[in-house]
Design a binder for this molecule. Structure first.
Ligand SMILES: [Zn+2]
Length: 357
């Protein structure tokens, strides 16, 4: 039987700065030793329960704490690794202190009933000590601290207290979630966001990237597939579907504008792909109200098991709101040698062809 043990990682905070010398990332193991930690399939979901600040939008990476955490996760996605975080949408109410299969990030006033002590945030994870497979990881941020967001050197307030940059602490804790430990706890002296002490470093360093790339090396070969809607350079509006097909994958994820990630339903019948794929259950489709993205240009990246297989930049047009109600109109326009009658259809938030003469 595999033994599952909890292992605790704590981020302390100090003004110490550790200079760079060489490359020396360290992988996490269970507390008694054992094989280094990793997520099966090189991916894990994040359940963001951080909410929004009560005193207005964040200065950077906002407006909400969840947005800053989503951006922080992207700093662990260089092309040299196939590892990917996925943000669950919608998130679910969950406690980071329990074992519930969720990777929850949340502010907490205590460390599961204990004091945070010097720690500004804590990541707890469950690991299979026989195989090193990670089972669950939860991150708690000390709600009693004064948090904000900013890039660059550490800032202090007028009386010398440090203003905590949530973004860099989130990057550090997500490094724990994916399986990295503190280099400076293992006698290393290296420039890394994964050092135990928060510093002037505000993002991942070469050593950190070497770490994630060592655990989850190389980008996998993309699955054979296609994103059919929306097409690159196309225009879209109203209610529609992001759709296409992929021959083989455990999951399809859609990332919009580098941040929002949703998992797409996948596996509907597409007989036309039988010849290419050898089977037909390859379709994916995700219902979307384009109005919710807002007008202008957007980029959609489609991922099969965390590996990009297609992307499209397209333009959304809206009437300004999320859903137009009470509008109507019928128009006849010349098109392709015919007089075509189009009519507004509220349920589609779009015009449909009513007649062709
Ligand atoms: Zn740490």
């Amino acid at each position: 039987m595999n033994q599952i043990v909890a292992f605790l990682l704590v981020s302390l905070f100090s003004m110490m700065f550790i200079p760079a010398t060489g490359v020396a990332f360290v992988r996490s193991t269970a507390s008694g030793g054992g094989p280094p930690a990793f997520w099966p399939n090189a991916q894990t979901s994040l359940n963001l329960q951080l909410g929004c600040p009560t005193n207005g939008p964040l200065p950077s990476w906002g407006p909400c704490w969840d947005d800053a955490a989503t951006d922080a996760a992207l700093h662990w996605h260089p092309p040299t690794t196939r590892f990917r975080f996925f943000v669950q949408s919608p998130s679910v109410l969950a406690t980071p202190c329990g074992s519930d299969g969720q990777q929850t990030l949340a502010f907490q006033s205590s460390f599961c009933g204990l004091s945070f002590g010097n720690a500004v945030a804590v990541t707890i994870f469950l690991i299979n000590s026989t195989t090193g497979e990670l089972v669950e990881a939860d991150t708690l941020f000390d709600a009693n601290r004064s948090w904000t967001t900013y890039a660059g050197p550490l800032q202090t307030d007028g009386v010398g207290n440090v203003r905590y940059d949530f973004h860099r602490v989130a990057i550090h804790e997500l490094g724990h979630v994916l399986g990295l430990d503190h280099p400076d706890d293992f006698g290393q002296s290296v420039q890394a966001i994964m050092n135990r002490r928060v510093s002037n470093l505000d993002t991942t360093q070469a050593d950190d990237i070497a770490g994630v790339s060592a655990i989850y090396p190389g980008a996998s070969t993309p699955s054979l597939g296609a994103l059919e809607n929306p097409k690159p350079g196309s225009f879209t509006s109203g209610i529609g579907t992001i759709s296409g097909w992929v021959c083989s994958a455990n999951r399809i994820d859609l990332q919009v504008d580098g941040s929002i990630v949703v998992q797409s339903p996948y596996g509907s019948l597409r007989g036309d792909t039988q010849g290419v794929c050898g089977d037909a259950n390859n379709g994916f489709g995700y219902l979307v109200n384009w109005n919710d993205l807002g007008p202008g240009q957007h980029t959609l990246v489609a991922l099969a098991d965390g590996v990009e297989f297609a992307r499209a930049t397209f333009t959304v047009s809206t009437f300004g709101g999320s859903f137009v109600t009470g509008a109507s109109g019928t128009y006849t326009v010349p098109f392709n040698g015919h007089n075509v009658t189009i009519q507004w259809q509220e349920s589609l938030q779009n015009f449909v062809i009513r007649g062709i003469e």
